[in-house]
Design a binder for this molecule. Structure first.
Ligand SMILES: Nc1ncnc2c1ncn2[C@@H]1O[C@H](COP(=O)(O)OP(=O)(O)OP(=O)(O)O)[C@@H](O)[C@H]1O
Length: 229
């Protein structure tokens, strides 16, 4: 089988995550489709972050399988290629101890993008997310909201088919939240599928079409945001 060209839909088939024999998640059977923005909500410890990590391939199911696009199973070597079509942004971004510019350029370097093209794309992404003036600053010295926008700029240059976000604004004040939500909207407008974990019902209503409610490792509701919330 060749390298899959698409990562969507992501299909969970009887997926369980039970790392020490105790089930933390599942069994789950559902799928994530292109287009709609999806939020994952639920109480603390429900398994939202685990679910996101499984979707992105950072964790492997202990039973069942996750299929992507034209059928690659998450375990198979092809899935590495599938994952390159996805990006993930965490609650607290993991940034290099380098400049804003170097951080944004880094993902393109890793992908082997030619230097000139990488520079052009990095400049465009920093400008789009309002970080141009901060390009020379140390990334570690940015405010929380600026750091999150840098994490998004770094994801933007990869033009991901899917953007996973794990509580991206939970540590931010209202103004920074507005700026980060606007940045996330850019991904949706550009055709990326957005999948976000949030604790905020109002954010879920603003930012999503579809909602998945997780409780004690089980999906208890899935459907349009207005119906689920
Ligand atoms: N790698 C792991 N190995 C074992 N247990 C884990 C692992 N990761 C998370 N857990 C446990 O699984 C459960 C679900 O964790 P998870 O972080 O997915 O919850 P969550 O819904 O995102 O919660 P919160 O809203 O508090 O962030 C928790 O009880 C957690 O302690």
């Amino acid at each position: 089988m060749g390298v899959p060209q698409k990562t969507l839909p992501i299909v969970f088939e009887g997926v369980t995550f039970a790392p020490s024999g105790v089930s933390l998640l599942g069994p789950l059977d559902f799928q994530l489709n292109a287009g709609q923005r999806t939020v994952i909500v639920g109480p603390n410890g429900a398994g939202k972050s685990l679910l996101l990590r499984l979707c992105h391939g950072l964790l492997k199911p202990t039973a069942g399988q996750i299929r992507c696009g034209d059928g690659a199973e998450a375990k198979s070597p092809e899935y590495t290629a599938v994952r390159q079509r996805q990006a993930m942004v965490f609650q607290r971004p993991i940034l290099l101890r380098r400049s804003v510019w170097a951080n944004a350029l880094y993902s393109l370097k890793l992908r082997g993008i030619p230097k000139d093209q990488a520079r052009v794309e990095t400049t465009a992404a920093l400008s789009l997310f309002g970080l141009e003036a901060l390009a020379k600053r140390s990334a570690r010295h940015l405010s929380g909201g600026e750091q999150q926008r840098l994490a998004l700029a770094r994801a933007w240059v990869l033009k991901p088919e899917v953007l996973f976000l794990d509580e991206p604004t939970s540590a931010l004040d209202p103004d920074a939240t507005v700026a980060v939500e606007a940045a996330i909207d850019q991904f949706h407008a550009n055709g990326s599928k957005v999948v976000m974990v949030t604790h905020s019902v109002s954010q879920a209503r603003r930012m999503a079409d579809e909602c998945l409610l997780l409780e004690r490792g089980q999906i208890v509701k899935k459907g349009p945001v207005a119906e689920v919330l």
